[in-house]
Design a protein around this ligand. Structure first.
Ligand SMILES: [Zn+2]
Length: 354
């Protein structure tokens, strides 16, 4: 069965500054193995991508290493207001952090939220990490400044219900949900392990997970929030938040399709059609993923390409598997092997001028 290449609008590549966890080479290999042919990279690297120089170096790393197509997102900081808007054409989206996560990009000053929401071009995507009460603020920014706002990794019943109400009133918000907020809950923490379960937003209650399924029509995108940290870090004193997700996401969706919980159309809409529209992404000609929807197999970190070396889905029985991936007419992944070379992936935005 042939499906379009997936688009993942929320991926952490960790380069620069966290290459022991992942880099553009291993991260985009993982993407292809998971049927993802285009991704947007988040800016909370070390240093964060917040200006022309850091954007240039992130794009240079991507250009030399990426195996799939990509764009690099820019971080909203307190000091890059004017610079950010001028870089809009060359970035995937602006990412604004209203709540704490991994990295240093959390914005505490409400003026900064207001200024970025007003200044960032309305025709360029704005993604917001906002949980609980600050989600209401993010929705209000969309309404007050009459601009699209994409709400990252929604995980709570209250959040998805508020988004439904906002959409019903015509407020221009869209949202994404991660596979771990669809397929895992607090009930899985004992088996995953306490440190390894650290993720932002946290794993939610079974009731919240059910709310995602009950409000599937409100969910615009499935996004992995692939956020690799090594097993040693996850098992250590201060386990950093984040799960790898690129290689397990499509198998989880296909398994849900085999169980009748999702349709293939549900998956394609949220992993291809909607992200392409929301983030103004180009079509990828002659790009597709061959899947065997009936193959049952066991997912294991031992067979993944991510550098982080673990998965919260160890030992999961999956139904449905990626057999090959073709990117712009070239077979880049087949039967568990990456066939592309680093640098095969293209920046889908215009090149940053010298
Ligand atoms: Zn993230």
């Amino acid at each position: 069965m042939r499906i379009p290449g997936l688009i993942d609008p929320h991926v952490h590549m960790r380069e620069p500054g966290g290459e022991h966890k992942e880099d553009w080479d291993t991260g985009t290999r993982a993407a292809l193995a998971g049927g993802v042919t285009m991704l947007l990279a988040m800016p909370n690297t070390r240093p964060s991508v917040t200006d022309r120089e850091t954007l240039r170096s992130a794009l240079a790393a991507a250009a030399s290493k990426a195996h799939c197509d990509y764009a690099q997102n820019l971080g909203a900081g307190s000091g890059n207001l004017m610079d950010a808007a001028s870089l809009a054409p060359y970035t995937g989206a602006l990412k604004m952090y209203l709540d704490q996560t991994f990295g240093t990009l959390k914005l505490d000053n409400m003026y900064d939220w207001m200024r970025h929401a007003r200044n960032w071009p309305a025709g360029s995507p704005l993604c917001v990490h906002a949980e609980g009460p600050s989600l209401a603020t993010a929705i209000l920014l969309a309404q007050v400044y009459n601009r699209p706002v994409h709400l990252c990794h929604i995980s709570l019943r209250s959040e998805i219900e508020l988004i439904r109400a906002a959409k019903e009133r015509g407020i221009p918000v869209t949202c994404e949900v991660t596979p771990h907020h669809l397929f895992l809950s607090t009930a899985d923490i004992p088996s995953i392990g306490l440190g390894r379960s650290e993720v932002r937003p946290r794993l939610s209650s079974p009731n919240d997970v059910q709310a995602m399924w009950d409000n599937l029509d409100v969910i615009d995108c499935f996004a992995t929030d692939h956020a690799p940290h090594t097993l040693a870090e996850k098992n250590g004193e201060n386990p950093p938040p984040g799960f790898p997700g690129l290689e397990s996401a499509l198998p989880l969706y296909l398994t849900a399709v085999s169980q009748g919980r999702l349709t293939m159309d549900d998956v394609i809409t949220r992993c291809v059609t909607n992200p392409r529209r929301i983030f103004h992404l180009p079509e990828q000609p002659e790009t597709y993923v061959e899947i065997d929807p009936a193959e049952t197999w066991t997912f294991s970190a031992a067979n993944t390409f991510t550098r982080c070396g673990w998965t919260p889905y160890e030992g999961y029985r999956m139904t449905g598997r990626v057999t090959s991936v073709t990117l712009r007419g070239r077979v880049v992944y087949k039967d568990g092997k990456i066939l592309s070379t680093p640098g095969t992936g293209r920046n889908i935005r215009p090149a940053l001028p010298e």
